[in-house]
Design a protein around this ligand. Structure first.
Ligand SMILES: [Zn+2]
Length: 255
């Protein structure tokens, strides 16, 4: 039995297969083409022959209709090995930020409970956060579910799920701008050395001291000259690189 405590439990007695979830490759995102309460009553109608594990409302409500040990009927051939989340809205809508948060919570929970990797899936053989249309004919031919605007939001949902489980985004390969005040306190830092190397590489050829843990008055004068020549005057002409120059330099990480 697997129910997400972050969702309101709204069990349905029909339209799913007890114990039918063979495995969990990921979570499939859908658009309801309707409202959350409307979808809820449809799933209780024997004519529907349809259901999903989860559903979101535009206002941020999250409901769970089917236990993830059981098979919901949301994407035909993909039901056996994928969980499903329906989202309130019409075809062509984007998800609200609250809906993205709820989808991220379901994905993070599926990661912890079923080992779903926190990544976007784009085919039935993949794993992670997928979408209905990717299944093609085998998944019932729904090319417009959930629509291109929502498909474009999937990376953001994955990012939010990673934040929920405390996985930090990988730092870039470059030193972030340390700030003008920092330079004055740390003129001998390895970061300053790395910056000096980059300045030489981009043509600040008069860089007096060469790469090294120092930033002398001669270096500053040379740098100020280079700044003026390259149109940075007024941005950071105090003798130290400002943020604009720093970002342009792309100083490699020193740690
Ligand atoms: Zn769908």
């Amino acid at each position: 039995m697997a129910r997400f405590s972050g969702a309101t439990w709204k069990p349905i007695a029909i339209n799913h297969k007890k114990g039918g979830q063979d495995s969990v490759q990921g979570v499939v995102v859908h658009i309801m083409a309707g409202t959350l309460p409307g979808t809820d009553s449809w799933f209780r109608n024997p004519k529907a022959q349809a259901s999903s594990h989860f559903g979101t409302g535009k206002d941020g409500r999250l409901w769970q209709w089917v236990d993830t040990a059981d098979r919901a009927w949301a994407q035909a051939g993909g039901n056996r090995t994928w969980l499903s989340i329906e989202n309130e809205g019409e075809g062509g809508d984007a998800l609200t930020s609250a809906q993205m948060d709820r989808c991220a919570e379901v994905l993070a929970w599926a990661h912890k409970t079923h080992g779903v990797p926190l990544q976007v899936a784009s085919s039935p053989s993949g794993r992670g956060l997928g979408y209905h249309a990717m299944g093609g004919k085998a998944w019932g031919s729904h090319p417009l579910c959930p629509g291109s605007r929502i498909i474009a939001q999937l990376p953001e949902i994955v990012k939010r799920a990673k934040a929920l489980i405390g996985e930090k985004p990988k730092p870039s390969g470059y030193e972030p701008f340390p700030g003008a005040a920092w330079f004055k306190k740390n003129p001998r830092s390895p970061v300053v050395t790395a910056m000096g190397k980059r300045l030489v590489a981009v043509g600040c050829s008069a860089y007096q001291s060469g790469p090294g843990p120092q930033w002398t008055d001669a270096d500053k004068a040379s740098y100020a000259k280079w700044q003026r020549k390259n149109g940075y005057r007024g941005i950071d002409a105090d003798g130290w690189p400002g943020k604009a120059t720093w970002d342009a330099l792309k100083v490699p990480r020193t740690s």
